[in-house]
Design a protein around this ligand. Structure first.
Ligand code: NAP
Length: 300
């Protein structure tokens, strides 16, 4: 089973790298953009990764046509909403155009295509979104991902689209997850404003990687379509922040609860993009960890 993974130096891709590289039935081709990146052993299990700029269409064609993977897991993206808002050409090139290239190649070589999208395709006015709700992004990042979803649906028959929520966990560079970013601030003794009225349904990157593994080579490998891949609990940013502070024994007093409307932000922040993931949860052969279980499983 040949799997081509993009985004292997990132938070989710790194956790997919850890899973697939530990699976003896998988021949893994794991890619990232930065040629200087070397995956820590706990992510790579000694597996070599390689640089592939996904915005270089010719290189992507060469790599995919040489490998001819059975499955492509596309986890690379510009996932920072502010970056995407102010760097639209770069965001479009990776999030949309490169996805189109990979999806086209997946169909051409008969590969299964697993695309990672986001809860930020929604505007946040409703919450508890299920797969029948219509996207209405309010950021350029959300727009690129919603358009990429449409392309994937149109271009590849054998596709899975997983809308991910806010991700927790450990990233290969140690600076990508919600807990890593907050921990850094609190460790430095800086005050942090967290919204008490902005809601997400977080999941750990490790738990999502396990779900992706099920879709790639496990019990869900025959299933196609769109799935919300949120966690079991809906939490405000403040509630999540306090859980993280308590887990890592950091100073919760540095957290200041504020209302969304009290902070101007561009792009605007959706109020409630909680995902209703009942469709996926009912199919999973394993139960998902709670937020506390996920946080407790992280190293100190
Ligand atoms: N993080 C979240 O909370 C969250 C929430 C919802 C959905 N998602 C989605 O989940 C997926 C994974 O997100 P993430 O947080 O794991 O991302 P991330 O940590 O920011 O990692 C991004 C990855 O994309 C790669 N990349 C960037 N530019 C590239 C290029 N030109 N060519 C090839 N690779 C390139 C990066 O490689 P280098 O490191 O080498 O630059 C890195 O491996 C994305 O689709 C994102 O939209 C994330």
């Amino acid at each position: 089973m040949k799997i081509l993974l993009t985004g292997a130096s990132g938070l989710l891709g790194g956790n997919c790298l850890a899973r697939f590289s530990a699976n003896k039935s998988v021949q893994l081709f794991a890619t990232h953009r930065d040629p200087a990146f070397i995956a820590p052993d706990k992510f790579s299990n000694g597996q070599k990764t390689f640089a592939l700029d996904l915005t270089d269409e010719t290189s992507v064609w060469n790599v995919v046509s040489t490998i001819q993977p059975n499955v492509i897991v596309h986890a690379a993206a510009h996932a920072d909403t502010s970056f995407c808002e102010w760097n639209r050409a770069a965001a479009k090139a990776l999030n949309l155009d490169a996805t189109k290239t990979l999806a086209t190649l997946a169909e051409m070589f008969g590969a299964r295509f697993i695309f990672i999208s986001t809860d930020l395709v929604f505007d946040g006015t409703k919450g508890d979104y299920d797969e029948t709700d219509s996207p209405n992004p309010i950021s350029y990042y959300g727009e690129t991902k919603a358009e990429a979803e449409s392309l994937v649906r149109k271009l590849v028959g054998n596709h899975v689209i997983l809308r991910a929520p806010l991700l927790l966990g450990v990233s290969p560079r140690g600076n990508r997850s919600a807990n890593e970013k907050l921990t850094k601030e609190l460790l430095a003794g800086r005050r942090v404003k967290l919204f008490f009225d902005e809601y997400r349904t977080p999941i750990s990157a490790d738990a999502l990687a396990k779900i992706i593994e099920e879709f790639a080579i496990g019990t869900l490998s025959e299933i196609t379509g769109l799935f919300h891949a949120g966690g079991r609990e809906k939490l405000s940013r403040e509630e999540l922040g306090r859980k993280i502070a308590r887990r890592f024994k950091l100073d919760e007093g540095l957290i200041e609860a504020v209302a969304l409307e009290s902070v101007a932000s561009s792009p605007p922040r959706p109020r409630d993009v909680s995902l209703n993931s009942a469709k996926l949860h009912s199919l999973l052969p394993h139960s998902l960890p709670t937020i506390d279980e996920s946080l407790n499983a992280l190293p100190e």
